[in-house]
Design a protein around this ligand. Structure first.
Ligand SMILES: *[C@@H]1O[C@H](CO)[C@@H](O)[C@H](O)[C@H]1NC(C)=O
Ligand SMILES: *[C@@H]1O[C@H](CO)[C@@H](O)[C@H](O)[C@H]1NC(C)=O
Ligand SMILES: [Zn+2]
Length: 306
């Protein structure tokens, strides 16, 4: 009996030490940080992992890539509910309703499941992907599931199961107006806190300004947290969203994983490319080609009518 009790106590202690869900970031404890993930989650030691450092000069332009079509982002169904959730590793906004992406050589339509963030501390950056070695203050992941699979569990078994859109944030001098999302963080301060919110326009969370040139990087990778399934078609936008220092700092300041400790530096370090190709789409080069065409047509018309 005594040894059983001891056994149960040691089991309890070891589960406490190993963080929420059995894994953590080094900022919480090196005992359950990323280098230990493969122990319980062998896929984390795979050869097609995320995040990666995106080398812009090595990225291959692919003329078959095109703009991603975002549907239901600007005008979500207000009769539904969304849930904000502190999962102990990050903050998730669990979406609801028909919000999808397609196009851009995605093999089908992908339905938005949730979005979450990766950040640093109030003085160090925390994006997961880096671009030419540069780490951004924060990165958002909008996680979408391939509609051809009937569940998330099923989608996680296929290389085209998930499409995740990565969007970077940079620090700017002024508050980004209408960045509604941050005001809700105080309602999910503690691990497992949930807060219901009415759907709002995600307009300022996606690259939707068609007058600007859009550049994104595309590669095949994985979830950046256990279980690290290599089931993700990644789309990482080059253009960051500007937020003020106060807006960025709200994440490491407010969100906790236990009563005394805040969620900070919740990013995985960059993984080896191992021969994978990173493709690049640039809407600007498309516009340039279109302008060139118009120009040639114009000159020919001039010659013809003179
Ligand atoms: C919070 O977690 C840290 C380990 O990261 C631990 O040292 C601390 O005692 C925990 N605090 C509480 C109140 O559980
Ligand atoms: C979606 O919204 C409906 C209606 O408010 C709600 O009953 C349901 O729980 C929501 N689903 C999720 C996954 O949040
Ligand atoms: Zn993520």
């Amino acid at each position: 009996m005594r040894s059983l009790n001891l056994f149960l106590v040691s089991l309890l202690l070891s589960s406490l030490a190993s963080g929420v869900g059995g894994w953590c970031y080094d900022s919480m404890s090196p005992d359950c940080g990323p280098s230990t993930w493969p122990r319980d989650h062998p896929k984390c030691a795979g050869s097609g992992q995320s995040p990666i450092d995106i080398l812009t000069k090595e990225a291959k332009p692919d003329p078959k890539l095109s703009d991603i079509t975002f549907k239901g982002y600007i005008d979500p169904d207000k009769s539904l509910d969304w849930t904000l959730y502190n999962d102990g590793h990050s903050v998730q906004l669990i979406l609801n309703g028909s919000i999808t992406i397609s196009g851009g050589m995605l093999p089908g339509t992908y339905k938005a499941d949730h979005l979450h963030f990766h950040w640093g501390t109030d003085s160090s950056p925390g994006s997961e992907h880096t671009i030419d070695g540069m780490q951004f203050p924060m990165e958002m992941h909008i996680v979408h599931l391939n509609q051809n699979y009937h569940s998330k569990q099923e989608a996680l078994k296929h290389p085209d199961g998930l499409a995740v859109v990565g969007i970077m944030f940079v620090e700017s001098d002024s508050d980004a107006k209408d960045y509604n999302f941050i005001q809700y963080l105080k309602h999910v301060k503690n691990h497992n806190d949930k807060y219901t919110i009415k759907p709002f326009s995600l307009e300022n969370m996606i690259p939707n300004d068609l007058s600007k040139s859009r550049v994104y990087y595309r590669y095949q990778g994985s979830l950046t947290t256990p279980t690290c399934n290599e089931a993700v078609i990644w789309t990482v936008y080059k253009e960051p969203i500007p937020l003020s220092k106060d807006q960025l700092n709200a994440f490491p300041k407010i969100l906790h994983y236990n009563e005394s400790s805040r969620i900070v530096s919740n990013f995985r370090s960059i993984q080896k490319l191992n021969g994978r190709t990173v493709n690049v789409f640039n809407s600007g080069s498309l516009l340039f080609r279109l302008n060139l065409l118009m120009c040639v047509v114009g000159i020919q018309a001039l010659l013809l009518f003179n």
